[in-house]
Design a binder for this molecule. Structure first.
Ligand code: HEC
Ligand code: HEC
Length: 401
């Protein structure tokens, strides 16, 4: 190459100019997006992410634990009344939620059931991040009497006494359930975590567009609807949505005040992240405790450094947006019925209600009806192509009687 350039200055010029020309032409060639917008869009992929086992859970990724966890997920005997399972509130055919504003087990709870997609990307679990691992999150409904309430002792007894479940435990953990109730109990959370980690959403029309943008493939880009493109531009641009709904799963994994009222009932407020940090600090089931299977505590840094601040009051976890079209109603207490309602919320936001101080990220957007429709059209392209339970397809059943 160097020789050619020396001998033929013209060739040199062409070599230099050609890429420059291509670059200059890029915004136009990329359809309607500028180089800056393109950069922001590309950060929302690629998808799916590769699966990394959870070091705090010794059975993460193990097929026998996945099968056992799946059986536990649908087991109503893990509730005091014998009538409620995890799937009561996390229905595979309803985006792993229950379709209710606030969930109901033995009694109603204060919050909307989170869906169970893409849990591997979470740093914190629950709307308030009161848990720092998936396995600890899975224990909470077993303890809470409003949900299932079987408790550590009740759950351990059931698994030891029931032939099929004891067999499942043995296959997953390589030994029979022991005499220590709490150990067995925590292991149930870990087996269910192995199962839930497999619930990864599939490819979406947005992913195809994003990859076409990365490859500079005009035909691929053209297949993405114009309304969704306009909505996407608002999402990464004027709407500033991507500030919080950032990255391949459309969440930065942290907590924010999105201006949603947080009254839990007459005279009662949901403290959100403020209460979550307090619960986390009191819990026996965290990465800093004795049930973390990773002796190096390699994922515990975030828990060690968490700080409580007044501004945490009324903050909730930024939810991921993949498959959001399947998980209505929305927000921590299900206060908004449709995606159009969510977009209207951001459009007509009451800025007075947001936390003062700190960087103001959210602003009242005053979107036109068409812009609101575009944003909804974009959000709908985050739905996987073949939504459905996929439970049977990807995961084996327990090979025990
Ligand atoms: C009574 C209804 C109900 C039952 C039963 C229930 N859940 Fe939930 N689930 C919820 C609600 C509500 C939330 C949000 C909780 C919060 O933020 O406080 C949630 C949150 C979760 C999350 C957190 C997801 C995330 O993104 O952080 C996981 C995981 C989960 N549940 C798994 C389970 C498992 C496993 C079981 C069975 C052992 C179960 N749930 C039983 C209602 C329920
Ligand atoms: C400051 C961070 C932030 C920004 C900016 C932001 N969001 Fe959110 N978003 C959140 C939080 C936090 C929640 C949950 C709020 C709650 O439940 O109280 C949420 C909830 C949602 C939900 C409901 C998801 C569910 O499963 O319940 C959707 C949809 C959504 N946002 C879309 C958007 C769109 C569209 C924009 C841009 C117009 C946007 N968000 C801007 C933080 C943000």
């Amino acid at each position: 190459m160097a020789v050619i350039i020396k001998k033929f200055p013209v060739a040199y010029c062409i070599l230099l100019i050609f890429p420059l020309l291509a670059l200059a032409a890029l915004p136009a060639a990329a359809g309607e997006f500028t180089a800056g917008e393109r950069r922001k869009i590309l950060r929302h992929g690629p998808w799916p992410l590769s699966a990394v086992p959870d070091p705090s859970n010794r059975v993460s990724g193990k097929p026998a634990a996945i099968a056992f966890g799946k059986a536990l997920f649908f087991e109503t005997r893990l509730s005091l009344s014998g009538t409620i399972s995890c799937a009561t509130c996390h229905r595979p055919d309803a985006g792993w939620t229950d379709g209710l504003a606030r969930s109901r087990g033995h009694e109603a709870v204060d919050r909307n059931a989170l869906s169970l997609f893409n849990l591997r990307v979470n740093r914190w679990f629950g709307w308030d991040g009161a848990q720092d691992t998936l396995w600890a999150q899975n224990l909470r409904p077993l303890i809470d009497k409003r949900e299932m309430g079987v408790g550590a002792t009740g759950a351990a007894r059931l698994v030891r006494a029931d032939g099929r479940l004891a067999c499942g435990y043995r296959q997953a953990f390589g030994e029979a359930p022991g005499a220590n109730d709490e150990r067995v109990f925590v292991d149930l959370g870990k087996a269910m975590a192995a199962f839930l980690e497999t619930l990864v959403t599939g490819r979406t029309p947005f992913d195809d567009f994003r990859d076409a943008l990365a490859r500079n493939d005009a035909a691929g880009r053209a297949r993405y609807p114009a309304a969704a493109k306009r909505g996407l531009r608002l999402f990464v641009g004027r709407g500033n949505c991507a500030f919080c709904h950032f990255g391949p799963a459309f969440t930065n994994g942290e907590f924010a005040d999105a201006g949603v009222p947080h009254f839990a009932g007459p005279g009662r407020a949901d403290p959100g992240r403020f209460g979550g940090i307090r619960k986390l600090r009191k819990s026996r089931y965290t990465l800093l405790g004795g049930f973390n299977d990773d002796p190096a505590r390699s994922t515990a840094v975030k828990t060690r450094h968490v700080r409580l601040a007044h501004s945490n009051f009324g903050e909730f976890r930024v939810p991921g947006l993949r498959n959001a079209a399947l998980t209505a109603p929305y927000m921590h207490a299900g206060s908004l019925r449709t995606l159009a309602d969510v977009v209207r919320h951001y459009s007509t936001l009451d800025e007075e209600r947001l936390h003062a101080g700190g960087e103001r990220i959210l602003r009242r957007l005053d979107l036109s009806a068409q812009e609101q429709g575009d944003l909804v059209a974009f959000l709908e392209t985050l739905t996987e192509r073949e939504p459905g339970p996929k439970v049977g397809r990807r995961n084996g059943d327990l090979q025990c009687r």
